[in-house]
Ligand binder design. Structure first.
Ligand SMILES: Cc1cc2nc3c(=O)[nH]c(=O)nc-3n(C[C@H](O)[C@H](O)[C@H](O)COP(=O)(O)OP(=O)(O)OC[C@H]3O[C@@H](n4cnc5c(N)ncnc54)[C@H](O)[C@@H]3O)c2cc1C
Length: 529
C-alpha cells in the first residue's frame, strides 16, 4: 500500500492500522467499457455496414429488460431473434463478477419478494425454483432469502440493529418517526402505490406529491428531525441514486408505501409472509445469468447497436462487433429497444416524439461500486453483529454502506470474503466527470477512508479493490416524471410502449430503476411483438 494512501486514512484508522504492516492492494476499474459507450455520442464517425443479415426480431440491450423480452419471445415460441449487448457480458446493471475467486455483485444485489402486482416477476421466480406453493401458501427458497442479521447502522461509534437511527435518540425523534409512519400509511390508503408503479391509478394525491421535491414536502409537513431526514435521504439515495433535494415526494413515499411501509423501531415485518428479500453472493447476477443461459449464440455480447431505422417493410439495425470491427445491418420485422432512453434517443433514426420527450425529462444518477477482497474478518466495534447490509450514519460523499458476499454462506468458518461498497456520489455533470477522470488510486483511497471509520484495521486485511463506475446508472424520479409517464403513456401498464415496429423496454420508462420495473417492461415488450 502506498504511503500516500496510508496517510489519507482518518486519525483513528491510522493509529490502529499502524499495529500491523498494511499489505499491497491491487485492483483497477472493471465492469463498464466507457469508451464503447462514449463512441455512441458521435455516430457520424461510425463505419457503414459491410454485411447484411436477416432475423425476425432484434433486441437491443441485454440488461434485465432486454433479457426479459427475449424470455417472453421464447415462451411464445418465437425463436428467430438476436440480442445485441455492448458490454462483454449480459445483465446490464445487474451483472455479477468475482474477486479472488469469490463471487460478488457488480451492481444490483437484491430483489424484495415481489407482490401480486409484479406477477410477471413472481412467474419468473417460480420458473427458477425460488417460489413454490406448499399446502396453499407461497414459500420462497430459504437459502436465498437474506439471513439474519440483515442490517446494522454505525451510529455514534457503535453498531445498532436496523438502519433507522434508534440508539440514544430522544422522544422528539421517536414522535416524528411515529408521525411519518402514520402519514405513509394514510397516503397508501388514499391511493395505491404499486410495483410496477404503472399498475396503480395516478390519483390527485399522487400528482400533488409528484409535483414537489421530497424536501419541500417534508418541510411543509413539519418533518425536520435530523435522524428522520438522514434515514429518508439514505433510503432515496439507495433506491434512486439521489436524495431528498432531487427526488419527488411521490418517490419518497413510494419507497415505503409500495413495499412494507415505514416501521417504527421494534415493529418487525418478518411476520408478513410476503416480506423478505432475495439475494445471492453475485447479487442479481444470479438472475440475469439464468435469463441469458437459454439464449445461446442468439446473445451477441461485445456488439454495439449503432443505428435503428424503421422502414416501410421492416427495421434496419446496424451493429458493431467489437471483436473484429465488422458492422452488420440486420433486417428485421420488429425491434425491441431495451436501452437507456438517452442512448435510444441517439441511435433511433427520426425518433418518435414519445421517446424524445421522455428522454429529455430524465436526469441520471452516476454510481460507484467497489468490491473489496478481505483476507480475514475485520475487527469490529461494539454492538450489533456483522450483517448482510452495513451502513455508516452520516457518511459524506454519498456512501451507502456495504454488503458481505459471504453472508449467505452456510460455512461458519471465518475466512476471506468480498465486501461490496456502494456510493451514489451526486448527479451534477461535475460529479459524473470526476467519477470518470479520477484514477483508481483516488477512489481506492476514498473508499478506504470511508470504511476505515467503522473498521480501523481495513488497510491490514484489504488485498484487492475492483471498482465499477456507472456514469448514467439510473433515471432519477424527479418532480413531474410520474405525471409525464402516466399522462402520456396510459397504456404502459398493460401493453408496453410501442411506436410502429419499434417496441421500447427499459426501467427508464418507469422513471426509476429496480428489477421489477425493468423485467415487467421487457416482458410486456416481448408480448407485444
Ligand atoms: C449500482 C447499482 C445498484 C443497483 N441495485 C439494485 C438492487 O439491488 N435491486 C434492484 O432491483 N435494482 C437495483 N439497481 C437498479 C437496476 O438498474 C435495475 O434493477 C435493472 O438492472 C435495470 O435493468 P434495465 O434493463 O432496465 O437497464 P440496464 O441495466 O441499463 O440495461 C441496458 C443494457 O443496454 C446495454 N447497452 C447500452 N447501449 C447499448 C448499445 N448501443 N448497444 C447494445 N447494448 C447497449 C447496456 O450495456 C445494458 O446492458 C441498481 C443499479 C445500479 C447501477
Amino acid at each position: 500500500m502506498q504511503r500516500r494512501t496510508f496517510l489519507g486514512l482518518p486519525g483513528a484508522a491510522l493509529a490502529l492500522a499502524g499495529c500491523e504492516r498494511p499489505q499491497a492492494i491491487t485492483g483497477g476499474f472493471t465492469g463498464i467499457n466507457d469508451r464503447r459507450g462514449h463512441a455512441l455520442r458521435d455516430l457520424r464517425q461510425s463505419p457503414e455496414p459491410t454485411v447484411t443479415r436477416r432475423t425476425q426480431i432484434v433486441v437491443a440491450g441485454a440488461g434485465v429488460a432486454g433479457l426479459a423480452a427475449a424470455r417472453a419471445l421464447r415462451l411464445r415460441g418465437m425463436e428467430d431473434f438476436v440480442v445485441m449487448e455492448l458490454e462483454d457480458g449480459a445483465g446490464g446493471n445487474a451483472r455479477g463478477g468475482q474477486v479472488g475467486g469469490i463471487a460478488c455483485p457488480l451492481g444490483a444485489h437484491y430483489l424484495p419478494v415481489p407482490g401480486d402486482d409484479a406477477h410477471e416477476v413472481q412467474a419468473l421466480l417460480e420458473e427458477l425454483g425460488l417460489r413454490q406453493r406448499i399446502a396453499g401458501r407461497w414459500h420462497y427458497a430459504e437459502q436465498h432469502l437474506v439471513h439474519s442479521p440483515q442490517e446494522r447502522l454505525f451510529f455514534h461509534g457503535t453498531w445498532q440493529d436496523g438502519l433507522l437511527p434508534v440508539d440514544g435518540v430522544g422522544p422528539a425523534t421517536l414522535e416524528q418517526y411515529r408521525r411519518f409512519s402514520k402519514r405513509v400509511h394514510a397516503l397508501s390508503q388514499a391511493g395505491r402505490f404499486t410495483i410496477p408503479a404503472s399498475r396503480a391509478n395516478f390519483t390527485a394525491e399522487h400528482a400533488a406529491l409528484d409535483a414537489q421535491t421530497a424536501d419541500q414536502w417534508l418541510r411543509s409537513e413539519g418533518f425536520d428531525d435530523p435522524q428522520l431526514l438522514w434515514y429518508l435521504d439514505y433510503s432515496c439515495r439507495d433506491d434512486y441514486g439521489a436524495g431528498l433535494e432531487m427526488v419527488s415526494a411521490w418517490a419518497c413515499v413510494h419507497y415505503f408505501a409500495s413495499r412494507h411501509g415505514f416501521h417504527m423501531p421494534g415493529e418487525h415485518e418478518e411476520a408478513d409472509e410476503d416480506a423478505g428479500t432475495l439475494t445471492w453472493p453475485e447479487g442479481n447476477g444470479w438472475l440475469t445469468k439464468r435469463l441469458a443461459a437459454p439464449l445461446g449464440d442468439r446473445l451477441r455480447t461485445g456488439h454495439s447497436v449503432l443505428r435503428i431505422a424503421e422502414e416501410k417493410h421492416g427495421v434496419a439495425v446496424d451493429t458493431l462487433d467489437h471483436n473484429d470491427g465488422t458492422v452488420t445491418r440486420w433486417q428485421a420485422e420488429q425491434c425491441i429497444i431495451a436501452l437507456p432512453l438517452f442512448i435510444a434517443a441517439r441511435v433511433v433514426q427520426s425518433p418518435p416524439a414519445l421517446l424524445v420527450e421522455t428522454a429529455k425529462r430524465l436526469a441520471y444518477a452516476p454510481w460507484l461500486v467497489a468490491n473489496l477482497h478481505i483476507s480475514s474478518p475485520l475487527q469490529d466495534h461494539e454492538g450489533a453483529a456483522p450483517s448482510w447490509d452495513n451502513v455508516v450514519y452520516g457518511e459524506t460523499g454519498g456512501g451507502l454502506g456495504y454488503v458481505d458476499a459471504r453472508h449467505q454462506s452456510l460455512d461458519p468458518t471465518p475466512g476471506p470474503t468480498v465486501l461490496t461498497y456502494y456510493r451514489a456520489p451526486g448527479y451534477t455533470p461535475e460529479v459524473r466527470q470526476d467519477l470518470l477522470r479520477q484514477p483508481w488510486p483516488h477512489w481506492r483511497d476514498a473508499v478506504m477512508s470511508a470504511l476505515s471509520v467503522p473498521h480501523p484495521d481495513l488497510a491490514e486485511r484489504l488485498t484487492r479493490m475492483d471498482i465499477t463506475r456507472y456514469g448514467h446508472a439510473m433515471a432519477i424520479p424527479t418532480p413531474g416524471t410520474q405525471q409525464h409517464l402516466h399522462g402520456k403513456l396510459r397504456e404502459l401498464g398493460s401493453t408496453g410502449v410501442r411506436s410502429g415496429r419499434l417496441h421500447f423496454a427499459h426501467a427508464d420508462w418507469s422513471g426509476y430503476s429496480i428489477f421489477e420495473e425493468a423485467f415487467t417492461r421487457g416482458h410486456l415488450a416481448g408480448l407485444a411483438v
